[in-house]
Design a protein around this ligand. Structure first.
Ligand SMILES: Cc1cc2nc3c(=O)[nH]c(=O)nc-3n(C[C@H](O)[C@H](O)[C@H](O)COP(=O)(O)O)c2cc1C
Ligand code: SF4
Ligand code: SF4
Length: 248
């Protein structure tokens, strides 16, 4: 079974490529998490999680979901992490998670895709983004072939810096940086409700046809990048920056 979580479409695109090679459907975790659903997973089934990288690890909301769901029997588990630059030492934490869940860890692939974190960095314009995605396709397909053939994914070499990023920086990053209080909607908001629908944590609610953000945000960028009229800003950081959606 292939599961994917995606704020702006990169991981969804990678999951669909993998789904083509494996000949099995990819299940959207955004909706599952939003609806607070569990899911039925058959014993012995191979699991593939395709997710973005948040602070050099998998998103905490996905990790929490995996922790919570009861997976019957044993499973061979693969991770595919899309990222803007690198996944650091994410593998260490994935291996731990697999031990806790009695999964057999089969490895993690690092797939460089366009940067989407417009609350922090500029995202590429569409042409450049298309080139980055095109470049990523052979790596995604190669990863899918490893998975199809039941092989372990090649180990990723890590540095001391990677250990620091995925360790202490990840720990600090969530409480210090991940808040929704800088989001606001401008007057060109048309009250379409897309932002409310897009939020996997139900953190956006429409009041008098304008979005209001709560405190449960994971900075997935789905609301700000999915607004059809670019009415959402994140403080000053996003002003004048291109919104990002996977361009293919
Ligand atoms: C909150 C947040 C944190 C991120 N942290 C990293 C990171 O540590 N390393 C990295 O290379 N990219 C990082 N990125 C970039 C995304 O992982 C990357 O663009 C990913 O492909 C987005 O996938 P999606 O379109 O499926 O949401 C981050 C993006 C966000 C929104
Ligand atoms: S998606 Fe944009 S236009 Fe639609 S309600 Fe949200 S802020 Fe307003
Ligand atoms: S509020 Fe926006 S950025 Fe935060 S989790 Fe919801 S959709 Fe993602």
């Amino acid at each position: 079974m292939i599961f994917y979580f995606s704020g702006t479409g990169n991981s969804e695109y990678a999951a669909k490529q993998i789904s083509e090679v494996l000949g099995e459907p990819a299940v959207n975790l955004n909706d599952t998490i939003k609806e607070k659903e569990g899911t039925a997973v058959k014993p012995e089934e191979r699991l593939v999680f395709v997710v973005p990288t948040y602070a050099w690890r998998i998103p905490r909301l996905v990790e929490a979901w995996i922790q919570k769901v009861r997976f019957e029997g044993t499973h061979k588990v693969y991770f595919v992490m899309t990222c803007g630059g690198g996944i650091g030492n994410a593998e260490k934490y994935l291996q731990k998670l697999c031990e806790q869940k009695h999964f057999t860890y089969m490895g993690c692939a690092e797939i460089v895709m366009p940067e989407n974190y417009i609350a922090m960095y500029p995202a590429p314009e569409e042409m450049e983004a298309k080139m980055i995605v095109t470049k990523a396709v052979p790596e995604i397909r190669k990863t899918a072939e490893y998975i199809r053939d039941g092989r372990k994914l090649p180990e990723i070499k890590i540095t001391l810096q990677d250990k620091i990023k995925s360790g202490i920086i990840n720990d600090i990053y969530y409480p210090v940086c991940v808040h929704a209080d800088k989001f606001y909607a401008k007057d060109n908001c048309i009250g379409c409700g897309k932002c409310e629908k897009a939020c996997p944590l139900n953190n956006v609610k429409l009041q008098d046809n304008r979005p209001v953000w709560g405190t449960r945000c994971t900075h997935c960028m789905a609301c700000i990048c999915g607004c059809p009229v670019e009415a959402i800003e994140y403080g000053k950081k996003s002003v004048g920056q291109p919104r990002y959606q996977c361009p293919v």
